[in-house]
Design a protein around this ligand. Structure first.
Ligand SMILES: [Zn+2]
Length: 333
């Protein structure tokens, strides 16, 4: 492949990745909007629990459907990206979306339980003395984060596992779409091995995997453009946006020539009392160390734990996924 041709492929695939990122954001946002409409029906001055139980099934269906859409898009994106890069076909099996992620929380708990968290929070705030309408508003944002995260995680884990299962893929680079927070922006264009988890924080959106392939005779192709870097993205923001993302001090430092990475590191000092082992586990899972406890139950029960545990050994990963009934032949999708 000539250099010029490779560059054209590069631009076409970036547009594909950007469209995929936008569609993920919109599926998650639609699911959140639907569930929040249900939340609006609750009268915080009456029994919140009973009212939530009456609509929990509807909330569950809305989120499960969005997980299905998002995860199927992830499979389609993997296929379309490989096709756009012109890499030879693969016969690797793929994740059975319905079995592995739909109606499941990536923390390994039943989705229904996770969706109940917001009303539990509202009630405990009220017991703690907060005015019911204020507590109900506060818990609303918990519910929104939960829904967005569960929908995005379903797609992210399917994509991450797909990257590990596909032997043409060497890894992926992170495409960050603006607007993004500083924690995401600083990772723009970074390369991860096929076995690495996709670093995300709750409610993180708009960032996607862009696979890289090794094709005999061509070398490594795919990934993000070489100018997709934290510094270039920071420069592309206007001063007001930069203050929004990095805070006034961070923005000033960047405008005075500091590079993005140390500025962001300085804004998020690592929380204390997190063991090295927990940090390493969080990294493999792709979550923040503070989320470890919530994810403990997922051991052996969520796609995320299985992927994090076995992704470095794709043969064993296949066996484990097959044992759970979470694999299907590529042709069946
Ligand atoms: Zn983010």
């Amino acid at each position: 492949m000539r250099a010029e041709e490779r560059r054209r492929v590069g631009l076409a695939t970036v547009a594909l990745s950007q469209r995929y990122a936008a569609s993920q954001v919109s599926v998650a946002a639609q699911a959140a909007a639907l569930v929040l409409l249900l939340w609006e029906q609750i009268n915080p001055f009456a029994s919140i629990r009973a009212q939530w139980e009456a609509i929990n099934d509807q909330a569950h269906s809305a989120v499960a459907e969005a997980q299905r859409d998002a995860a199927l898009m992830a499979l389609a994106y993997l296929q379309a990206h490989a096709d756009a890069c012109g890499v030879p076909d693969s016969d690797a099996p793929v994740v059975d979306v319905e079995a592995a992620v739909v109606g499941r929380s990536q923390t390994g708990k039943p989705l229904t339980d996770v969706l109940r968290t917001a009303q539990v929070q509202a009630r405990s705030l009220i017991w703690g003395g907060m005015a019911p309408d204020q507590a109900w508003q506060r818990a609303r944002s918990t519910l929104e984060t939960t829904v967005r995260t569960e929908v995005a995680d379903a797609a992210r884990e399917v994509l991450n596992t797909g990257v590990s299962l596909d032997d043409r893929i060497t890894g992926y680079e992170r495409l960050v779409t603006l607007p993004a927070c500083d924690k995401c922006l600083v990772l723009a264009g970074r390369f991860y091995r096929y076995s690495d988890g996709f670093e995300r924080h709750p409610a993180c959106s708009g960032c996607v995997h862009v696979p890289t392939y090794h094709v005999p005779g061509w070398g490594v192709i795919g990934g993000t453009p070489s100018d997709h870097t934290p510094d270039a993205l920071a420069t592309s923001l206007n001063p007001a946006e930069r203050r929004e993302v990095f805070g006034p001090e961070g923005a000033e430092a960047i405008e005075n020539g500091a590079s993005v990475s140390p500025v962001v590191q300085g804004r998020h000092a690592p929380p204390r009392r997190i063991s090295r082992a927990d940090k390493a586990t969080a990294k493999r899972l792709g979550i923040e160390p503070g989320e470890i406890n919530a994810n403990e139950e997922g051991k052996g029960r969520s796609l995320r734990w299985i992927r994090a545990r076995y992704a470095h050994n794709p043969t064993v990963l296949r066996e484990e996924l097959a044992r759970h009934g979470w694999l299907t032949e590529a042709a069946d999708v």
